[in-house]
Design a protein around this ligand. Structure first.
Ligand code: SF4
Ligand code: SF4
Ligand code: SF4
Ligand code: FES
Length: 379
């Protein structure tokens, strides 16, 4: 049976497992097929059609991301017909909105105030906020498409800047649906969906409200999924994050809870400017919650406590760790002597590791002598 699961791609035979798509078999074997709307861990939608390939006997080109591999299937990924179709689809997507980056003929009159403002910090008035970090632009350059053959569609959607963390510029949305999948299938927050029909189609939140007035929890997953500049982090605009080659990635484990999400800190000039999830590894496989993705400003906060403080005569003074331990130990001993061990309690945290929580209860029971141990996760 196994030997029947063979298909031919570009003249070579490859085996596949039942359920695998043409795209998955091709990528597993190092054959490049471009994608825009396809997203790992979500059901394929076949929305963008830049992944089209030729399948012998099929009446038209097929979307490789949504077509299961079949025995004896003969696939070609780079015929002139395939290339022509991909180019046309990229061109149509560029014309579907305000994609006036360098892949278009520059027409400054079509720039929105938001776009102009986004450019201002770097004084590159001709750059989009995601210039250099845009999958559509990357494909347009690769397929040598400038996107000016068709008249660009009139922008129909106002830019939404009222939300914390996220700016939505749906004039650049290509309706790939990745944000909807990220929100509904990956994070299961169900905050956004497709709304309206035909040319009025739009990604909507709670009957077309701003994200801040919807069920959105600002996890930022949709921004990480968006292949273009339709969803941008407010902080990226503020910190001028676009197109920065001098940002290094530091891999670490999120310290906010015990899940242990793997994340990249994007560090520039020794400061964290962005956080993204690490793809392909557990437990989070690229996802992060609002705390992991956005809660890093304390790291550089000037008011962050870096040394222990001891209160003396109603005021705090800086102390060494040794001094602080000494004071705490003396006070604990004094309380236990005067009022008994149960006058003390230990509150542990979901923000520390299992091992540290184990030590906390051990300290309470074996050192202090009380079973008064509790944990914030009980909330
Ligand atoms: S979203 Fe991408 S394709 Fe559109 S203008 Fe920005 S960089 Fe260009
Ligand atoms: S930020 Fe999170 S909850 Fe809000 S729309 Fe995006 S994916 Fe959904
Ligand atoms: S907002 Fe971005 S991810 Fe969502 S449909 Fe539009 S282009 Fe795709
Ligand atoms: S990636 Fe296959 S249709 Fe979009």
């Amino acid at each position: 049976m196994e030997s029947q699961n063979i298909l031919v791609i570009n003249g070579n035979e490859y085996s596949f497992s039942p359920g695998e798509t043409i795209l998955e078999v091709a990528r597993r074997n190092g054959i490049d097929i471009p994608t825009l709307c396809w997203m790992k861990r979500a059901a394929p939608t076949g929305a963008c059609r830049v992944c089209v390939v030729e399948v012998e006997g099929a009446r038209s080109l097929v979307a490789s991301c949504a077509t299961p591999a079949a025995p004896k299937m003969v696939v070609r990924t780079e015929t002139p017909q395939v290339m022509k179709a991909r180019r046309l689809n990229i061109e149509l997507l560029l014309s579907s909105g305000q994609h006036n980056c360098l892949v278009q003929d520059l027409d400054m009159d079509s720039w929105t105030d938001f776009q102009l403002k986004a450019m201002a910090p770097e004084e590159h008035k001709d750059l989009c906020p995601v210039y250099g970090d845009c999958r559509l632009q990357e494909l347009a350059i690769k397929y040598q498409v400038r996107g000016c053959r068709f008249l660009p569609a009139e922008p129909m959607h106002k830019i939404e800047t009222v939300n914390p963390f996220i700016v939505r510029d749906l004039s650049r949305c290509i309706l790939c649906g990745r944000c909807v999948q990220a929100c509904n299938e990956i994070q299961v927050n169900n905050a956004i969906s497709f709304g309206y029909r035909g040319t009025r189609s739009k990604i909507v939140a709670k009957g077309d409200r701003a994200l801040r007035d919807s069920d959105c929890v600002f996890c930022g997953e949709c921004v990480q999924a968006c292949p273009v500049g339709a969803l941008v982090l407010t902080q990226d605009l503020e910190t001028n994050q676009r197109y920065k080659g001098d940002t290094r990635l530091v891999r670490t484990t999120c310290a906010y809870c015990g899940v242990g999400c793997q994340m990249y800190l994007h560090v520039r000039n020794n400061r964290i400017v962005r956080v993204t999830g690490v793809e392909d590894v557990g437990p989070n496989y690229g996802s992060l919650c609002v705390k992991g993705r956005f809660g890093y400003h304390f790291v550089h906060d000037p008011e962050r406590l870096k040394t222990p403080l001891i209160r003396e005569n109603g005021a705090f003074r800086e102390a060494t760790w040794e001094e602080a331990y000494q004071v705490v130990a003396e006070k604990f001993a004094q309380i236990r002597k005067e009022s008994g061990a149960d006058a003390l309690g230990v509150l542990a945290s979901a923000r520390i590791t299992n091992e540290e929580n184990y030590l906390a209860q051990k300290f309470a029971r074996a050192v202090i002598g009380t079973n008064n141990v509790d944990h914030c996760a009980r909330l």
